[in-house]
Design a binder for this molecule. Structure first.
Ligand code: GLV
Ligand code: MN
Ligand code: MN
Length: 404
């Protein structure tokens, strides 16, 4: 018997479920690793089961479509996850895309659709986000030289990873995209707390990411007097708190945020004064002036703290993307589609980054958000209902049908 849409979504969710599963719950499926490959293999099998054709590009992204077309609407998201992440971030959007393909097969659409599963949207592995989508749209600010030297969590260089997979850091640009659509979990609690079933995204905040390496002196923790230390971890901790203050100030002014999500301490031993430390800093905002201020003030604070503590400081910018706006016509179209369906909807900004950021500067682009439980994301507790994914998919479908 034919599966209902909800049952079909359940089947998709289960097909991806075990890949990268962690004993304590959640998943780790880092970009450009074997686990992400397995997600793409399963995506291909699911698309082929619908009678679709699957292609990949030289950035490793996968695409599924029913018939080749010069121009198409691209519906995408990603299949990688953060370290100890959830099963909905990215995957919900790919599931919604496959559901549109299934519907298009049954009902037909004049304007063809393609479903994209992008690689390495998360910065968790190489410190750079939206890699697959950014490479094929030419939207990564970092050139191939810099990208090839990015180091993954296992110490491998991105250039070597690409070479071993036959991929290219300068792949041909994607062509034929008439417009780009993406469904994603909100990753915040506005929809849930306001009891709204879908969100239509207005703007996406831009991230700037820095790595700071601190060099102190590893010495005996018993024999080195407090006044004679060059403790790299203490300097790092001061920087963490300075970044928090900068984020708080900019949050009050323009809803920006600042996070130190990575800290490494060397040698990380009980009886040794920390000799080196490394910080990973993520600054985000929808306003360029705020991003500039946060960046300048973070570096100024780090330099002052390290000078005062006689700590060596090496600063490297890992990656950056500018804030982007979604296409006004698509925003209106998606909201009108939700209204026709009687699905409550609100227009809202996105603090999180998405593959849509890579498409928005080039093609009319729109995003639909669905609620996730308590707003929790990038966490094994991340959860969303199939009903919510179906709500978002219904809005996309209603909008697509209206384009015909
Ligand atoms: C992607 O999930 C991000 O870091 O915003
Ligand atoms: Mn994410
Ligand atoms: Mn995501």
């Amino acid at each position: 018997m034919e599966l209902s849409d909800r049952e079909y979504l359940e089947r998709l969710f289960e097909a991806f479920y075990e890949v990268g599963a962690l004993p304590g719950g959640g998943v780790t499926r880092l970009g450009y690793t074997a686990l992400e490959d397995e997600m793409h293999r399963r995506f291909g099998a699911l698309a082929e089961a619908l009678g679709g054709t699957v292609e990949t590009d030289l950035a490793g992204n996968s695409y599924a479509f029913l018939a080749p077309a010069e121009e198409y609407v691209l519906i995408g998201s990603h299949l990688d996850s953060v370290i100890q992440g959830g099963r909905y971030d990215g995957v919900a959007g790919v599931m919604a895309g496959l559901l549109q393909l299934r519907r298009a097969k049954e009902a037909g659409l004049k304007l063809p659709i393609k479903v994209a599963a992008f690689r390495c949207e998360e910065s968790s592995n190489f410190g750079c986000c939206t890699m697959g989508s950014g490479l094929v749209t030419g939207q990564l600010k970092e050139g191939p030289e810099k990208l090839s030297k990015l180091t993954g969590k296992d110490g491998s260089l991105l250039g070597d990873v690409f070479a071993s997979r036959g991929l290219s850091l300068t792949p041909p640009r994607i062509t034929g995209v008439k417009s780009y659509l993406e469904l994603h979990i909100e990753q915040g609690k506005v929809l849930e707390e306001t009891g709204t079933r879908v969100g239509v995204v207005s703007t996406i905040a831009g991230p700037r990411r820095w790595k700071l390496q601190l060099k102190g002196l590893a010495e005996h923790s018993g024999a080195t007097p407090m006044s004679m230390r060059q403790d790299a971890l203490c300097a790092a901790c001061e920087i963490v708190l300075a970044v928090e203050k900068i984020g708080q100030r900019e949050a009050a002014r323009c809803e920006s945020v600042a996070t130190v999500g990575v800290i490494q301490n060397v040698p990380n031993a009980l009886n040794v004064v920390p000799g080196a430390a490394e910080l990973g800093i993520d600054l985000r905002g929808s306003r360029m002036d705020s991003l500039d201020r946060m960046e300048q003030d973070t570096l100024k604070a780090a330099r002052e703290i390290c000078d005062r503590r006689r700590i060596g400081l090496t600063e490297s910018k890992l990656s950056e993307l500018d804030p982007v706006s979604m296409d006004p016509g698509i925003q209106e179209g998606l909201m009108a589609a939700a209204e026709r369906l009687g699905i409550s909807c609100r227009n809202m900004p996105s603090g999180a980054g998405h593959d849509a950021m890579a498409f928005a500067p080039l093609f009319p682009t729109g995003m639909v958000f669905i609620p996730c439980k308590k707003g929790i994301s990038h966490n094994p507790l991340e959860s969303a209902t199939l009903e919510s994914i179906l709500d978002g998919a219904d809005v996309l479908w209603e909008y697509l049908r209206g384009m015909d």
